[in-house]
Design a protein around this ligand. Structure first.
Ligand code: KG4
Ligand code: ZN
Length: 316
């Protein structure tokens, strides 16, 4: 309702934990099973009737095609059934627009820079207006979330690994282990070298001591988390120097990371940046961010027809 979220229901897919990562075919099957109960619950929790809904917004990409197809097919059917407009949303834009959920709190001024970090993407985005943004830096290989998840897998921690590493890092020493740093020009990122460096450190440790991981879990997590966050913050600093923009936001699943959040605040206040961190519940994938993006498109009358098709590699 305007910029307020009336309900934000998430169906977690625990099925993937036993495989150590998302299995696309299982994800789309779980979506298929969950979508009607989730929408039904969302309508009930919002305390509205489905007839009160003015438009339906759905993720058109980027993402796993099977999952996108479930969402887009449902949204199209709902729009026909209710005779309301259909709005297609770019998932990464929606992560950024999560900052505009709920009026009354401070929001970034345009233009601002957003470090958008998720399981599939790592981007620095220059945001000119809600629907006009450009990617000025991106990862050349793994995403930051993948770096967390793959490191966690090496440590034998369950999927998704980001929150696990965050948890164990709390009581660890960030300087216990050092890993190779990427040398990538411009505003682009690379995390595959870091992953290899972590793997070698752990393999060497286990060779000396079979209990290496168990005995060093907290220090390993703290050092890994610190290395990933350093890479992110250093590129952000470079982007700020290059653009002169000092309105700085973070978004996406990895923006839930406690060190990234605290480092952004700490360095931001030293450097005179205005920093914006999304509320925790709107960091990892959620429907609220799709709704707020839909709100902006609705105001502009940006609707799509039934012929719209999802795009797994949709760009901002
Ligand atoms: O945005 P998101 O929910 O899904 C994608 O669009 O990919 O991001 C998921 C990613 C996963 O890689 C997960 O490990 C990471 O966000 N993540 C975290 C934390 N919470 C979620 N990474 C580090 N620290 C966290 N606290
Ligand atoms: Zn996401």
């Amino acid at each position: 309702e305007d910029k307020k979220i009336l309900s934000n229901v998430i169906a977690n897919q625990e099925i993937h934990q036993q495989y150590g990562g998302v299995v696309p075919e299982l994800a789309s099957r779980a979506h298929q099973q969950n979508i009607i109960p989730v929408v039904d619950t969302a309508i009930k929790k919002a305390n509205i009737k489905k007839e009160d809904i003015d438009a339906v917004a759905f993720t058109n990409g980027p993402g796993l095609l099977g999952s996108l197809l479930v969402g887009s097919s449902f949204a199209k059917s709902f729009a026909i059934g209710m005779q309301i407009p259909l709005i297609s949303i770019n998932h990464m834009q929606a992560h950024i627009l999560a900052h505009f959920i709920n009026e009354g709190k401070e929001v970034p001024n345009f233009p601002f820079l957003c470090l958008t970090v998720s399981g599939g993407h790592t981007q620095i985005v220059k945001v000119e207006s809600p629907l006009n943004m450009q990617v000025i830096g991106t990862t050349l290989d793994d995403a930051a979330g993948e770096a967390f998840d793959k490191s966690a897998k090496i440590l034998g921690l369950p999927y998704p690994g980001g929150p696990q590493i965050d948890k164990y890092a709390k009581n660890g020493n960030i300087r216990a282990f050092t890993f190779g740093k990427p040398k990538i020009n411009d505003l682009d990122f690379s995390f595959s070298g870091l992953k290899t460096s972590i793997l070698y450190t752990i393999q060497a440790g286990i060779k000396e001591n079979p209990n290496f991981i168990a005995e060093n879990r907290q220090d390993l997590c703290a050092s890994i988390q610190h290395a990933i966050v350093r890479i992110l913050i250093e590129k952000l600093q470079k982007a700020i120097q290059q653009t002169g923009i000092k309105q700085i936001a973070i978004a996406g699943g990895v923006s839930a990371n406690s060190l990234l959040r605290s480092e952004l605040k700490r360095i931001g206040s030293q450097e005179g940046w205005a920093t914006f961190i999304p509320p925790f519940e709107y960091t990892t994938d959620n429907a609220g961010m799709i709704a707020i993006a839909g709100h902006h498109k609705y105001l502009k009358g940006e609707f799509v027809g039934q012929d719209v098709t999802p795009n797994a590699r949709l760009k901002i």
